[in-house]
Design a protein around this ligand. Sequence first.
Ligand SMILES: Nc1ncnc2c1ncn2[C@@H]1O[C@H](COP(=O)(O)OP(=O)(O)O)[C@@H](O)[C@H]1O
Ligand SMILES: [Mg+2]
Length: 266
Amino acid sequence: MLTHRHTQGDGVVAVRDGAVAIAGRPILRGIDLDVRRGEFVALLGPNGSGKSTLIRALTGLRPTAGGSVSLFGTPLAKFHDWPRVGFVPQRPSAASGVPTSVWEVVASGRLTRRRLFRPLLRHDRAAIRDALDVVGLADRARDGVSTLSGGQQQRVLIARALAGEPELLFLDEPTAGVDRANQEALADALGLLSRRGATIILVAHELGPLEPLVDRVVMMRDGRIVYDGPPAGRDHAHPDHGHHHDAPRPDHLPQVSGPLDSPGAR
Ligand SMILES: Nc1ncnc2c1ncn2[C@@H]1O[C@H](COP(=O)(O)OP(=O)(O)O)[C@@H](O)[C@H]1O
Ligand SMILES: [Mg+2]
C-alpha cells in the first residue's frame, strides 16, 4: 500500500487510521482523511476536540502513535518537500515587543525557497511584495509588526506563508480574535490563493466571510472526525458567489509551479 513514488496525482493529504497520543493519553483516534489538490477544507469542532493536534500531525510537528500520514503521496517519514507546504500557526497572544518589520516577517517565509545564507534574489523580493499585496499590507512593509493591530498581524503571518508559495497551506484559527474587516481581507487573500490552485486546510470556529470559499467541512469531536462533507446549508440560502470549484479538479494547472508562480523561483 505504501508508495515511495513522488506521485503527481490528486492526493495531497492522506491519513489512514491516524492516532496521536500525548503523554500516553490518546488525543486523536481513527482519523481517516483524504484531501485532493485544490480543495478548500474547513476543520471545525469545539475547543479541545483535536483540531490543532491534527494540523500538527499533518505537518510533522506531532508524531503519530499509529496509522499513516502521507503528503503528496509520500509517507511523512520520507517527505522532504516542505517548501511545498505552508503553515500559519495559532496566533501567539503575547505581544513580542521585538521591533521586527512587517517585511522581515514576510521575508522569513521565503527562507525555505532559497539556499541558506544566500541573499534574496529579485524573484524572492517579488514573491514577498506579492504576498504583502495579496493581504493588503504593502504600505506597512517598513512598519514594526508590534505597531499593527491583531488582525493585521494575522495577515502578516498569512503573507509570510504565501511568500513561500505553498501548494498546500494549513492555517490554525486565522480568524480568531480578528475583526470583520480583517477577516474579509483574509478571505480575499485565501480566495486568490485558492484560485491559483493551492490546497487549503483551515481551522476555524466560525467561518464568517470564509464560508463561500469552503468546499468541504471536516468536523471533529473528542479526537475523532464526526462529519466530512459539504458545508451545512450550502444548497440553501447562500448566494455562493465566491464558490469557484464545485469539482476541485484543476488538472490543467501547472504541477511543478507554486500557486504564486514567479518564473525561475527554483
Ligand atoms: N501539549 C499538550 N499537552 C497535553 N495535552 C495537550 C497538548 N496539546 C493538546 N492537548 C490536549 O489535546 C486535546 C486536543 O487539543 P487541541 O488539538 O489543541 O484541540 P483544538 O485545537 O480542537 O482546540 C485537548 O484535550 C488538549 O488538552
Ligand atoms: Mg486549536
